[in-house]
Write a protein that binds this ligand. Structure first.
Ligand SMILES: *[C@@H]1O[C@H](CO)[C@@H](O)[C@H](O)[C@H]1NC(C)=O
Ligand SMILES: *[C@@H]1O[C@H](CO)[C@@H](O)[C@H](O)[C@H]1NC(C)=O
Ligand SMILES: *[C@@H]1O[C@H](CO)[C@@H](O)[C@H](O)[C@H]1NC(C)=O
Ligand SMILES: *[C@@H]1O[C@H](CO)[C@@H](O)[C@H](O)[C@H]1NC(C)=O
Ligand SMILES: *[C@@H]1O[C@H](CO)[C@@H](O)[C@H](O)[C@H]1NC(C)=O
Length: 303
């Protein structure tokens, strides 16, 4: 009787566990999962570039979180971190901005927009960025669409697109302005300035910052497991309710269109080509490590 009862209960408990994510098709994401929390680790050397592979893996994972696509409840919390000590999440593969446009480049851009839209439309999972490395360009712009950001000693985040004559479009600049006041958002976007842990926390970009990677991880794990205790329906309702602060669908569309109006212009194309050269083709170069300020080299200013 007791055995049956115990078995019966464990079967019920097992039935509500989230299904484990399928291995990432291109191997750019690693998953660790317990009952209610999934930790996703970006691992796409050398710089966690947001290219067709990483974007495709991220899209597959986010699609798999949508309740309509599942037979088990989604994880209540997903934490994103990185296997790379220097980079949390890189910028977009800027060859996708280089003319001429090709179907492969268009596919990357469409997948990126789909990823961004899912980050802000999925309300049944809470997304936390555990940032201890660089997050510039797309890396920053996807992080600001997550629900919370916590920073470690090596966190350095921001947008550098205005330095190329482009914009942190696709939602990034809009979401930054929901976290900071307008003047501060403009200062960091237009001046292509970097947020470190203390500054980002003071301005509201980061929830908090920690002196060591271990303290960061412990604090994020503790918060995630606490949230994981609580019934999913209420978590979803609170996240949905606070989404009134997100940009509207029309504002997000306009932000994407604004990017496309700029990216093919001659000065922007020249800057893109120069960045590919200076960054040694988007590899682990002083240019990439020096972002965002290394962009000033385009203007003859040595860093
Ligand atoms: C996942 O669910 C969404 C609706 O929530 C649907 O639009 C989409 O096609 C589904 N994707 C897959 C792969 O089943
Ligand atoms: C910070 O980054 C450097 C390499 O740039 C690395 O050696 C160091 O371990 C990192 N520190 C932490 C706390 O992650
Ligand atoms: C996970 O969530 C379930 C269902 O909401 C809950 O019963 C369980 O206690 C949670 N487990 C942990 C380890 O938080
Ligand atoms: C989350 O909450 C919203 C708003 O109440 C609701 O429309 C949606 O169906 C909920 N989703 C889940 C999975 O409970
Ligand atoms: C830049 O790297 C890509 C792969 O990421 C490669 O296809 C291309 O040939 C490289 N270009 C140069 C100039 O090295």
């Amino acid at each position: 009787m007791n055995t049956l009862l115990v078995l019966g209960l464990s079967v019920v408990a097992a039935a509500v566990l989230p299904a484990a994510p399928a291995p990432a098709r291109y191997g750019t994401l690693e998953f660790q999962q317990n009952a209610n929390v999934t930790r996703v680790t970006f691992n796409h050397p050398p710089i966690n570039l947001v290219d067709q592979y990483l974007t495709s893996d991220l899209l597959d994972f986010l699609v798999s979180l949508q309740p309509a696509n599942r037979t088990t409840p989604p994880p209540k919390v997903v934490i994103f971190d990185s296997a790379n000590p220097d980079f949390f999440l890189g910028h977009i593969d800027i060859t996708s901005i280089q003319q001429p446009e090709t179907p492969a480049k268009e596919a990357l851009t469409e997948n990126y927009i789909a990823v961004a839209n899912l980050f802000n439309s999925i309300t049944s999972t809470i997304f936390i960025a555990e940032i201890n490395g660089r997050a510039f360009g797309a890396g920053q712009e996807l992080s600001v669409q997550m629900d919370m950001r916590f920073a470690g000693p090596n966190a350095s985040a921001g947008s550098f697109e205005n330095g190329l004559g482009l914009v942190a479009g696709g939602g990034g600049q809009l979401f930054l302005a929901t976290l900071l006041n307008r003047g501060q958002a403009l200062e960091y976007l237009l001046g292509i300035k970097a947020f470190d842990g203390p500054t980002g926390t003071a301005l509201g970009l980061f929830n908090n910052h920690y002196a060591t990677a271990d303290e960061l991880r412990e604090a994020v794990d503790a918060l995630a497991s606490r949230i994981g205790l609580f019934p999913a329906a209420g978590l979803n309702e609170t996240k949905s309710a606070l989404s009134f602060r997100n940009p509207t669908a029309a504002q997000l569309d306009a932000d994407v269109i604004g990017f496309y109006e700029l990216d093919g212009l001659p000065v922007e194309q020249a800057n893109v080509n120069e960045v590919l050269y200076l960054s040694h083709n988007q590899t682990l170069s002083p240019f990439e490590l020096g972002l965002p300020y290394s962009v000033l080299e385009l203007y003859g200013i040595d860093q």
